[in-house]
Design a protein around this ligand. Sequence first.
Ligand SMILES: [Zn+2]
Ligand SMILES: [Zn+2]
Length: 245
Amino acid sequence: MLAARHAIVESLPATCQVCAAWPTQPVCEACIQRFAPPQSRCRACAAVLPGEPGLCSACLTRPDAAAVQQCVAAVDYAYPWDGLIARFKFRSEPGWAQPFAQRLLQEPQTLQLLQTRPLVVPIPLTAARLGERGYNQAWELVKALHARCRRHPPAPPFDTLATALVRLGETPDQHSLGREARLRNLRGAFAVHPSHTHRLVGRHVLLVDDVTTTGATLQTAAQAVLHAGANRVSALVFARTPASR
Ligand SMILES: [Zn+2]
Ligand SMILES: [Zn+2]
């Protein structure tokens, strides 16, 4: 059943899944321009900024140094992307990684990060969640980015490591917690796989995830990566929850 659904999504619909225009990509150019316009975002947390790119007030005033130096997001986690991401994650439609990767690569900062030849690492699911879902959507995004960069330079090829990070156990539902509680809840929730530690030493590691809300998950994963010897951590996420939510 899963394989059949994957096959359907690999030849993603020729109708825009937002406005029903036909024939077109899964999300048509008009919808991308309308719902995913280029925006100035905070360099550290990818929150939308009213003016020039820089740091948002929250990042400017954070007391502790952020483990993630730079975070790039393509869209806000809002209509229509929230619904499409739900299909990507929860309805066995991993093929959405293709248009999401395409949109991410339209961000100049994505190409700038990839030009540094980082080691690209997906945020892992717990083993139980991976077993239920059958795929890690963050790894699907990494694979789609990698395939697109190989087919369509200018981004150079980059190394990937699907199992660099291990997610330890279940944590309570993140959505019901505030930022501080999330950080407490997640502390220690990631570990670098011992057999991969040597590959991270001295590297620029680029973490990839589908959605970031407060950035707490990325920060905790980045701390584990830095602890293992990486010299810099950045992040690439498809969608960023708007700061007001
Ligand atoms: Zn459309
Ligand atoms: Zn920020």
